[in-house]
Design a protein around this ligand. Structure first.
Ligand SMILES: O=C[C@H](O)[C@H](O)[C@H](O)COP(=O)(O)O
Length: 236
């Protein structure tokens, strides 16, 4: 099963490069699905494709360098042509949970400044309602326990993220609270409530950003716009 998921991720990631045109400035998202997009893009760059990338995490930056994808400093640009990113959950309205790998803040900044956003994912990411995946919320290290208590009042069970036995620290020097809500039927409302809490830097809820989803599954790779997506039967 695990093997199939990896194959589906690879299919979706590789397909996404079809939408990258010569001369584009491209937002490079994060995660294991995006990895395959980067690898394929590196091959196209080697064959002469002229693109510049903006990376959304330190890991993506190291992969982009490995695959010799030219990178540009974000402060030098205003608007990206296209961003390609992964997701942890995708609902029928194309609202997302992101941040499973810890890169939500930079991803959100990059994606919000792109003309178009394509999400690449394996089919297991499709859900009817967001929330089965604990929502990552990036918080200030200072007073994080107080911030966590406030999040409990919103109905979640926050867990301080750890990695290899240590507290996980994001690329931005913050902590991440993985917040299990029962379900998130109104992502914008929950996002707004969380953002009002002092100490919350950003949430992993992304809404009204996505133009297209490329999904890998047993039937191959499907490219989905919002309407088609709503009509698809969910896999969960
Ligand atoms: O922080 C991580 C990002 O939001 C990823 O895009 C997301 O977790 C999906 O990752 P993957 O493609 O590895 O499932």
């Amino acid at each position: 099963m695990e093997e199939s998921v990896d194959v589906f991720k690879r299919m979706a990631g590789e397909k996404a490069v079809d939408y990258i045109e010569d001369g584009m400035l491209v937002g490079l998202g994060s995660g294991s699905t995006v990895y395959w997009m980067l690898k394929k893009l590196g091959e196209l760059v080697e064959q002469g494709l002229n693109v510049n990338g903006i990376s959304s995490s330190s890991l993506t930056e190291s992969w982009a360098r490995e695959f010799k994808i030219p990178l540009t400093d974000f402060s030098d640009v205003q608007l990206l042509d296209l961003a390609i990113d992964g997701a942890d959950e995708i609902d029928p309205s194309f609202h997302l949970i992101k941040g499973g790998g810890g890169s939500l803040v930079r991803e959100k900044v990059v994606n919000a400044h792109s003309k178009k956003l394509i999400i690449v994912a394996d089919q297991s990411k499709r859900v009817d309602v967001l929330g089965k995946f604990p929502l990552p919320v990036e918080v200030l290290q200072f007073g994080w326990q107080m911030t966590a208590n406030k999040i409990v009042e919103l109905g979640a069970k926050p867990v301080l993220r750890e990695e290899n036995g240590s507290v996980y620290v994001s690329d931005n020097g913050n902590y991440i609270l993985d917040c299990a809500f029962e379900s998130i039927p109104d992502p914008e409302n929950l996002h707004n409530k969380l953002k009002q809490l002092i100490g919350v830097i950003e949430t992993g809820l992304f809404f009204d950003m996505v133009d297209m989803v490329i999904m890998g599954g047993p039937e191959g790779t499907v490219v989905i716009n919002k309407q088609i997506y709503k009509d698809l039967k969910t896999s969960k």
